[in-house]
Design a protein around this ligand. Structure first.
Ligand code: NAP
Length: 225
């Protein structure tokens, strides 16, 4: 059985990814903060595939380290999808150092920590896909979202460096950069939705399960329709 670890599945793109993977028969570990939405998703999918929840606050380095260690001890995932993200919209003059750190923590440090924890197992099995969810706003910039855009640009540099380290390992990585997706995160941004969460999910599932590993290092930009 194929096993995927997905962060941020309580709603939006992460939920669509989890549902699309379940439809393909992939067992799931959903990493996130406890919520009614996450529990309901687990219950809804449980009839189809095996679904576990790993409780984790991705903003807290200690929580991610503990979850990473637990996951690495107990599971050998085929796929890791670092999807969870957070944006706190404010002009640069109004962005506090704490808000900057929170966004960098969830969007960039947590993917690094989970990757570092799970990579040894993937390398041992000489198989695995690590898919990071970035954002078009990192390449074009985004007013009132400098910390967010910077964190997502960091994720591109992280993914490309990881891709080079993974050369000939059997494990591959890439980053998907969606434009405006119709989810809660987009509300209040001033941008109109240009794609659905399912559009992004099907792109990610294709790269997780079907695409050649030769896509290692790809930056997949999705501008929408
Ligand atoms: P969303 O609907 O706001 O969902 C965000 C997910 O991240 C939720 O499941 C949330 O869980 C989780 N999360 C946030 N902070 C967390 C924390 N500290 N610990 C654990 N989980 C946390 O956003 P979305 O639109 O689906 O975004 C998914 C990914 O796509 C993000 O990386 C986002 O940056 C990226 N993206 C989105 C868009 C867009 O237009 N929507 C565009 C480009 C890229 P909780 O239930 O615990 O809050």
């Amino acid at each position: 059985m194929t096993l995927a670890i997905v962060t941020g599945a309580s709603r939006g793109i992460g939920r669509a990814i989890a549902c699309a993977l379940a439809r393909r028969g992939v067992d799931l570990i959903l990493v996130g903060r406890p919520s009614a939405e996450l529990s309901k998703l687990q219950a809804d999918l449980a009839g189809t595939v095996r679904v576990c929840v790993e409780t984790c606050d991705l903003a807290a380095a200690s929580s991610v380290a503990a979850s990473g260690a637990r996951l690495a001890n107990e599971h050998a995932p085929d796929v890791l999808i670092n999807n969870a993200g957070v944006v706190e919209r404010a002009a640069i003059e109004d962005t506090t150092a704490e808000a900057w750190d929170r966004q960098l923590a969830v969007n960039l440090r947590a993917p690094f920590q989970l990757t570092r924890a799970l990579l040894p197992g993937m390398r041992r099995r000489r198989q695995g896909r690590i898919i990071n969810v970035g954002s078009i706003s990192s390449t074009v910039g985004s007013p009132r979202a400098a910390a967010y855009a910077a964190s997502k640009w960091g994720l591109v540099g992280f993914t490309k460096s990881l891709a080079q380290e993974l050369s000939d390992s059997g494990v591959s990585t890439l980053v998907v950069l969606p434009g405006s997706v119709d989810t809660e995160m987009l509300a209040g941004s001033g941008f109109a939705p240009r794609m659905t969460a399912e559009d992004v999910a099907s792109t990610i599932v294709f790269h997780a399960l079907d695409a050649p590993a030769a896509h290692n290092g790809a930056v997949i930009e999705m501008f929408g329709t």
